[in-house]
Structures are given as structure tokens and as C-alpha cells.
Design a protein. Structure first.
Length: 329
């Protein structure tokens, strides 16, 4: 059953997504920019939205990042990092995050005293540090970028107070939860929507590897062969105990459309298959979290693997996210 589901997922994802080249890059940095990570340019594209070009020393290239700013910017504030899905940046030619392209996040967050940081790109990368360069997906050191390089730059430029929550959807959900368990001292909360948070079995690892293949990448370049210890080291379910006491929000659909969302609740046929896979992952994650005594807010809802549900998840998750950010809900 799993092999069949993965085969269908690979075929369907290849049709709807295609492959990506050097994903997540705003362009190779000039030779004289090969120093420390830093903000190269800031453009206010809207009154409450800044578009950054950030040079990543780890990836040796510049990365575009959107920052949503509150209307009131007179005080220091916490920061919410939200990661994209597997096609991060593709549909906008790397001009904006899927979050701003597909959801109402800009309006929803405008009255909240929070910086929202949205990396643009990372297609097929799982926002992790790959062990090898990939011929198609390039050099990926996203964990280093998100945990070491970007946060101090954001806090310095946009009056961050040091409190951070990380979250994401689909690929970005696994990326965010993996980063959270590997850097528990950095993030005070985590939110994950429709992510395969349990990588403890060969079948679930194969599903994750297959998704990388649909975007032209070689998953062996990410965490090595499926039996490699790097897979276990990046498995959120295996290390969930380090999140004990932190606000955690996890949402996943049942693979059936929710009529209440109307057209926003529809998806391509693969949307049901993908959500069925991540439902299995989420059940495994919850079982291990329960055994470890880690409490989380779970939303096992109706729905498919699509943006209409993730926009809804953001709204429902806000009280939990706000608790992690230490701001009023």
C-alpha cells in the first residue's frame, strides 16, 4: 500500500510541480560579497512589508526574505518564522513566499506586535543542511541559515526582542519541527501544518525522499541513504522530548475535502493522497510525543493538502503561536 501511494505521489507531483534549478536563490553573490552573512538590500514593497536580500555565507549566495511588520513598530517584538512548501518560490518566480501569495497572512498579522519572517525559496530542500551539493537543487544549508545567520540580522534590523517561534506547512512543517528539536534553545514554540513529522520507518522516509525526487533532487544528497543515521538525527518524533513545555500546534487533514471551505477546500487529486500520508506521520508523531510526556494542541481536521486549509490552520493556531511568542492572543 505504501509503495503504491508513494509511486502515485511521485507521478502526480512531477506533473503538477516539475523540477527546479538551484532552488531558493536570489542569485549568486558577487565575489566581493563572500564575507560574513549580512543584509545586502531592503526594499519596502508595501507599508508593512519589507523585501530583503540576505547574503548567506553558508550557502554562498543571496537569499530573498519577506518580513511582515506590525503597524506599530515603536517597541521591540518577537519574531515568527514560517517556512514554505515543497515549491517554495516557484509559482512567483522567487519574488514572494507562498504564505503571502496564497493566504491572508499579511492582513491577519498586521495588528499583531510581531515580525513575521518568510524565506523565499528552498524548493525541495526541507529547509535542512544537505550533506552534499545537489546537481539540480544546489547547495542547501537552510538549517544554518535559519538558526544561525538570519535571526541576529532580523533582530538587529527590525527590533526583535529575541523570542522566536518557527512553523511551516508540508515540507516546511517537517523542516520547522526538525529545526525546533535540533535547536530547542532558540525557538520557544513551533507550529506544523500537514507535515510528515515522523521519519522513523522506511515507508515514511521513502515518502519524504520521493517528494525530493519530484523536484529533481537526489534525496541521498540530503540526509544520505534511508538507513543513514542523519535521517534519525533529523526525525522530530524521535527527539520530541526536548520540546516538553513549549507551545506546539499540529494540524493535519483526513484526505477528504471540507465542504465548508468551498472552492478554497479543493485540491488536485494528489492532495488527498499526500494528506493521507502526512496523517499517518502525524499519528506516529503524536504517539511518540504522548509517550515522552510532550503536550501539544492537535487539530485532526477534515481536508486535503492545499492552501485553503493551511490558511485556516494559521488562524486556528494563532493562540498557541501567540503563547510561544509571549504576546496577547
Amino acid at each position: 500500500m505504501w509503495q503504491k501511494a508513494v509511486a502515485v505521489m511521485v507521478a502526480a507531483c512531477a506533473v503538477i510541480g516539475g523540477s527546479a534549478a538551484a532552488a531558493g536563490s536570489a542569485g549568486a553573490a558577487p565575489r566581493d560579497e563572500a564575507g560574513a552573512s549580512r543584509i545586502l538590500a531592503v526594499s519596502m514593497t508595501e507599508p508593512n512589508r519589507a523585501q530583503l536580500t540576505v547574503f548567506s555565507k553558508a550557502m554562498d549566495r543571496s537569499i530573498r526574505v519577506s518580513v511582515l511588520l506590525p503597524r506599530n513598530r515603536d517597541v521591540a517584538r518577537p519574531t515568527l518564522y514560517l517556512l514554505d512548501g515543497i515549491d517554495g518560490g516557484v509559482y512567483t518566480n522567487y519574488t514572494q513566499s507562498g504564505w503571502t501569495y496564497q493566504t491572508d497572512i499579511a492582513r491577519f498579522m498586521a495588528d499583531k506586535s510581531v515580525n513575521v519572517v518568510l524565506p523565499i525559496g528552498g524548493t525541495g530542500s526541507y529547509y535542512t543542511d544537505w550533506i552534499s551539493d545537489d546537481p539540480v537543487l544546489g547547495l542547501n544549508k537552510w538549517e544554518t541559515f535559519l538558526s544561525e545567520e538570519l535571526p541576529p540580522l532580523i533582530d538587529s534590523r527590525f527590533r526583535g526582542n529575541g523570542t522566536k517561534v518557527i512553523g511551516g506547512l508540508s515540507m516546511g512543517a517537517l523542516g520547522a519541527m526538525s529545526i525546533a528539536v535540533r535547536h530547542p534553545e532558540l525557538y520557544s514554540g513551533v507550529a506544523a501544518f500537514s507535515g510528515c513529522l515522523d521519519q522513523g520507518t522506511a515507508e515514511l522516509r521513502q515518502a519524504t525522499a520521493a517528494s525530493v525526487v519530484t523536484r529533481g533532487g537526489n534525496p541521498d544528497n540530503m540526509w544520505g541513504p534511508l538507513h543513514d543515521t542523519d535521517w534519525a538525527e533529523h526525525d522530530p518524533a524521535r527527539h520530541v522530548s526536548v520540546l516538553r513545555g513549549k507551545p506546539i500546534y499540529v494540524a493535519v487533514g483526513n484526505g477528504v475535502p471540507d465542504p465548508a471551505l468551498g472552492l478554497a477546500g479543493l485540491a488536485s487529486p494528489v492532495g488527498g493522497i499526500l494528506e493521507g500520508v502526512v496523517l499517518k506521520c502525524t499519528e506516529g508523531f503524536k504517539a511518540q510525543a504522548d509517550r515522552a510526556g510532550v503536550k501539544a494542541t492537535y487539530d485532526f481536521r477534515a481536508g486535503l493538502h492545499s492552501w485553503g486549509y493551511w490558511n485556516q490552520d494559521l488562524h486556528r493556531a494563532w493562540p498557541t503561536i501567540a503563547k510561544g511568542l509571549r504576546v496577547p492572543a
